[in-house]
Design a protein around this ligand. Sequence first.
Ligand SMILES: Nc1nc2c(ncn2[C@@H]2O[C@H](COP(=O)(O)OP(=O)(O)OP(=O)(O)O)[C@@H](O)[C@H]2O)c(=O)[nH]1
Length: 205
Amino acid sequence: MPNDYDHLFKLLIIGDSGVGKSSILLRFSDNLFSGTYITTIGVDFKIRTIEVEGEKVKLQIWDTAGQERFRTITATYYRGTQGVMVVYDVSNLDTFGNVRRWLQEIEQNCDDVVRILVGNKCDSPDKKVSTEEGKALASQMDIPFFETSAKDNLNIETVFDEITKLVLAMKKNKLAQQNPAITSTGNITVKKGDGGKKKGKCNCG
Ligand SMILES: Nc1nc2c(ncn2[C@@H]2O[C@H](COP(=O)(O)OP(=O)(O)OP(=O)(O)O)[C@@H](O)[C@H]2O)c(=O)[nH]1
């Protein structure tokens, strides 16, 4: 039986406890939101297939626990990950302050991986981190930035769409490097070469 998708990507959502990681995922997977806070124990995942650039991409999205006591469990879940969403809460300065720590954790566990910065709860009337501050940090880190609200369903689709497009582009680039007959857009060329060498082993990709 043929696959019902063209690509299968593993994505990971990380960030401090309570920033809304599970809520972002639940909004994306089931279009639901709950105001009740139930902390994630270990990890959880959901699947959704979306279409980007005319290709069907099946997303396996892992929602990790933000709480420190679960960190050793979650570290192993970086394996095979192609895209990571780092989430903070725009109404909580500490969660923004910890973003660099989360980005370091990605660096320690991953080599070729797409990263994206997300400021969630942008519906909040009590905003502590401005959009400009979020943008500035993201541009320093050279990663895309979005503000979202799982509650009001703002930018949730966009953020998954964007990360999927970037992972797809990364995959095509890698393929082009490994096989010089394939261009980074996925087209076959007659060009000859010795092919790009893949980087060293890591937990991702
Ligand atoms: N106002 C507002 N509240 C939100 C939003 N997203 C999540 N929340 C609330 O924030 C609380 C924490 O949300 P979770 O999704 O459980 O947070 P988490 O990051 O998964 O937390 P851990 O599992 O402990 O890591 C819940 O009470 C949610 O209802 C949002 O976009 N806006």
